[in-house]
Design a protein around this ligand. Sequence first.
Ligand code: UGA
Length: 425
Amino acid sequence: MKIACIGTGFVGVVTSTVFASHGHEVVGLDIEKNKVESLSKGEVPFFEPGLSELLKKTLADGHLTFTTSYENAIADAEIIFIMVGTPSAADGQADLKYVFASAESMAPYLKEDAIVVVKSTVPPGTSKKVEEIIKQKTEIPFTTASVPEFLREGTAVEDTLHPSRVVIGATDKKAIEKLTQLHRPLSDKIIIMKPESAQMSKYAANTYLATRITFINQIADLCEKNGADVQEVIAGIGEDSRIGDHYWYPGFGYGGSCFPKDVSELAAYSRAVGESNNLMNKVHELNSARTPYLMKKLEEKVGGWKDKQVAVLGLAFKPNTDDTRQAPSIAIIEYLQQSGANIFGFDPKAKWTGKKDNFSQKESLEETLIDADVVIAVIEWPEIISFDFSKTKLNKKQFFIDGRNQFDPAIVKNWNYTYLGIGRK
Ligand code: UGA
C-alpha cells in the first residue's frame, strides 16, 4: 500500500519504518528540513534499540523515503497517518494545533478515497474536527479514522512489529477493511470501534497504568510505616489473575513523554466536561509530588543532603532510551541542587541538559561513585543493576538508595552500604 506518515517524531519514525519493512511504499513527511535530511541518510535523532538498523534497511530497499513536501507525500497516498506532536495547552488539555495544521496542509493534495488516520494521542471528537478542516479545502471524497499507538519507548520496534492489539476507530466499511488489511500481518487481535472509543482507549490505557504505578507507590509508603516489604506484598497479590504480577515497580514516580502528559490531559478534559471530582486529577497530583516527598523522607535518613556527595544513577526516564522528558532524575537532581549537595550523574545513553550547579555527568559508574556518600539507583538500566558495587565501596559510611527495588538488600548490606529501598527495610 502507499502510505504517508506525517510527523517524524518518535512514533512517526518507528511506524513508517515498520510499515516499510513490511514492503509498503512509505513516505515520511516533516516540515523540518534538517530532520528529513538526516533521516534520509539513515540517522535516527534519538536512541531506540533496533530502529537505526531497520531504518537503514528500508531506505536501502527503497520502501521508505522522507520529504518536506505535502504534495510529494500525499498525492499518491491511500492511507495517511497523522503522528504530529500534541503538547499540553495552557489549560492542561492537548493542544491540537499541529494536528489541525497538518490536516489543512494535506487537504489540497488528497487522493480520492484516501483514509486519514489520526495516530497522535487526541481527545475524543478530534477526527470529526479533522474531517471538517479537510472538507473546507477539498471536494474529494475521503474518510477519517483513529488508530491509537500503544508502543513503549525502549521496545518500540518490537511493540510495533508485534502489537498486543490494534485498535481501529472507524465507521466507514471500506476504511475498516483497508486498515484491517494493513495491520493484519502485525497482529490477529484487531479491535474495531467508534473513533471516540479508540481515542478514549488510548487515554484509558495510559491513565490506568499510571494509576497502577501510583497505587503501588502508595502501598510502598504504607509498608514503610509498618515493617511490611512491598515486594512481598506484590508477590502476595500478583498470583491473583485479576491483578497480575507485572508493571508493579514502585519508585520515584512515573515519567516520560506520555504518562504525565496523558494523565494531566485527561484530568483537564474531565474538568472541562464537568467531571472534576475524579481519580485522574488526584493521580497527576500525587505523581508530581512523589519525588520531592521521597527526597524529603530520605533526607532525614541520610542525615541531610547539604554537602553530601551524591551519585545519581540513571538519568533517562527509564532503561533503553536516551529520553529524559519528565524523568524522575530531573526532580531528584533539582532537589539535591537546592539542598546544597554535590552531584555526579551517570546514564549509559541520556545526557543531562538541566542546570549544571553542583552537578557533573560522568562517563562511567566508577567515576560517578568516586567519594559518594549516597548512591541513588534511580533507573533499572542493566549496566546499573548488574554492577558490583562492592568494587567501589569506600572506607566510610555510605547509603545505597535502591530507587527501583532491583537489588537484594542482603547483598547491598554485605557490600557494607546502608540499604534504603522503596517500601521495604
Ligand atoms: C507508555 C505506555 O506504556 C505505552 O503503552 C504507550 O504507548 C506510551 O506510553 C505512549 O503513550 O506513547 P512509555 O512512556 O514508553 O510507554 O514507558 P513505560 O515503560 O510505560 O513507562 C512509563 C513510566 O512509568 C516510566 O517512568 C517508568 O519507569 C514508570 N514505571 C513503569 C514505573 O514507575 N513502575 C512500573 O511498574 C512501570
